[in-house]
Write a protein that binds this ligand. Structure first.
Ligand code: NAP
Length: 256
C-alpha cells in the first residue's frame, strides 16, 4: 500500500510489541516513521532494519518518558530527524503507544503510581502539546488505551492511567476538529507482547485468554496495527473522538 506516501509519523514505544507493528505498518503504507524508544537500543535497531528491509523509511528517536526533560529530549531528536529526512519539521501522524503496567491496588506504592501516571498519562498529554504546532491540518492523533477501561480487570491503577487518555482523546477531538485533525483511542484486549510475559511462549495461556473473546483467540500486534493504520489513512478521516475497541470482542457477554 502507498496511501501514506509523503506523510510523516511519530510512534512512541515502537521498539517492541504493538508499537513496532504500528511503525512497520505505517512505513509499509509509505510514511516516514520516527521510531521512538526508551532504552532498548537493540530492539529499536531491529525495528528500523525490518522497516528498511521492507522498503520503508524510518529513524530512531530515544527519550525515556517520565524523566525530567523528556519532552525536550524527544522533540529535539524528532525535529532533527524530520529535518534531515524531509528538509522540514512537519508531522502528519502521532501514535501515543509507549506505556507500562503496574501492580494492582493491593500492592501498588505511591512511587510506582506516580511513575505509571508519568509514562501512561502525563507523557501523551505533553507529547500532544508539543506535537500540535508541528501537526499538519488533516493530521491524525491515535492514542493507545486498553479494554481494561471497559472490563473489570485486576490492574486498576493501569486502567485508571488509560481512562484519562480516553477522556483526553474525546475532548481533544473537539478542539482540533476545525483543522481536520482526528483524535481517537484504540483499546486492545490482551495481546501477545512483552507486556504479558506470562503468555508469551505459552499457547495454553493464550488459548485460555482468547476463549473470553467473541473471536476466540488472543490478539497479536498486527491485529492492532491494522486498526491504527485505518485511522491514520485517508479512509479514517470521518472517525474522530472515538474509543475503538480492538480486542476481538473481549467479554462482550455470556455465550448461550
Ligand atoms: P511492550 O511490548 O511492553 O512495549 C512497550 C514499548 O514502550 C517499548 O517500545 C518501550 O521501549 C516503550 N516504553 C515503555 N516505557 C517507556 C518509557 N518510560 N519511555 C520510553 N519508552 C517506553 O508494550 P505493548 O504490549 O506493545 O503495549 C503497547 C501499548 O498497547 C501500550 O500503550 C499498552 O498499554 C497498550 N495495550 C497493550 C495490551 C497488551 O496486552 N499487550 C493490551 C491493551 C493495551 P523500550 O523497550 O526501548 O524502553
Amino acid at each position: 500500500m502507498t496511501s501514506l506516501l509523503g506523510k510523516t509519523a511519530l510512534v512512541t514505544g515502537a521498539s517492541r510489541g504493538i508499537g513496532q507493528a504500528v511503525a512497520r505498518r505505517l512505513a509499509a503504507d509509505g510514511a516516514l516513521v520516527a521510531v521512538h524508544y526508551g532504552s532498548n537500543a537493540a530492539a529499536v535497531h531491529e525495528t528500523v532494519q525490518l522497516i528498511e528491509k521492507g522498503g520503508g523509511r524510518a529513524f530512531a528517536v530515544r527519550a525515556e518518558l517520565g524523566m525530567a526533560g523528556d519532552m525536550d529530549t524527544l522533540f529535539t531528536a524528532l525535529e532533527a530527524g524530520l529535518l534531515a529526512w524531509t528538509g522540514q519539521v512537519r508531522l502528519d501522524i502521532l501514535v501515543n503507544n509507549a506505556a507500562i503496567t503496574a501492580d494492582s491496588i493491593e500492592t501498588i506504592t505511591p512511587e510506582t503510581f506516580d511513575r505509571l501516571i508519568a509514562v501512561n498519562t502525563k507523557a501523551p498529554l505533553f507529547i500532544i502539546q508539543r506535537a500540535l504546532p508541528l501537526l499538519n491540518d488533516g493530521g491524525r492523533i491515535i492514542n493507545l488505551s486498553t479494554a481494561a477501561t471497559r472490563i473489570a480487570m485486576p490492574e486498576q491503577p493501569y486502567a485508571m492511567s488509560k481512562a484519562a487518555v480516553e477522556v483526553l482523546s474525546r475532548s481533544l477531538a473537539q478542539l482540533v476538529g476545525g483543522r481536520g485533525i482526528t483524535v481517537n483511542a484504540v483499546a486492545p484486549g490482551p495481546t501477545v507482547t512483552d507486556m504479558n510475559p506470562w503468555m508469551l511462549d505459552d499457547p495454553e495461556a493464550q488459548q485460555v485468554v482468547g476463549s473470553g473473546n467473541a473471536i476466540p483467540r488472543v490478539g497479536h500486534p498486527a491485529d492492532i496495527a491494522d486498526v491504527v493504520a485505518f485511522l491514520a489513512s485517508e479512509a479514517g478521516r470521518w472517525v474522530t473522538g472515538q474509543i475503538i475497541d480492538a480486542s476481538g470482542g473481549s467479554f462482550l457477554g455470556p455465550r448461550i
